[in-house]
Design a protein around this ligand. Structure first.
Ligand SMILES: [Zn+2]
Length: 122
């Protein structure tokens, strides 16, 4: 399903607060901040046991992306997508960045079917 029209119609840029109607792209920024809500959240499926899918995200307009503006708000919507809320990024709890090495390692394990390792030690 194509969410872009709904996003453009109902959300504001999480940096400048402007409309997304004129924005060509929906720029989703993944924040290393704890999302205390359900939608939307992100994470890396490969390392989700260690880093749960509980991170907040923000949506920025093209102009803010071009100007490298930071996200000021994280966005939340409900399951029915009838309500949208914005949370100040500075009020959210920091989460550690997911290190690239860990993702690479998880990826390597994923494709390494030949060797069995005890996974309970993690
Ligand atoms: Zn903007």
């Amino acid at each position: 399903m194509d969410w872009n029209p709904w996003i453009k119609e109902n959300l504001h840029c999480c940096s400048c607060g402007g409309s997304l109607q004129d924005s060509e792209h929906i720029n989703i920024i993944c924040l290393d901040k704890l999302a205390t809500w359900q939608y939307p959240r992100w994470g890396n499926v490969l390392v989700h046991e260690k880093y749960p899918m509980n991170r907040a995200s923000a949506i920025l307009c093209d102009r803010c992306i071009q100007e490298k503006q930071p996200a000021k708000y994280a966005v939340e919507w409900n399951n029915e997508r009838t309500q949208v809320k914005y949370h100040k990024v500075e009020d959210l709890k920091d989460l550690p960045q997911i290190p690239h090495e860990e993702i690479a390692k998880a990826e390597a394990e994923l494709y390494d079917f030949g060797i069995e390792e005890p996974s309970s030690e993690m």
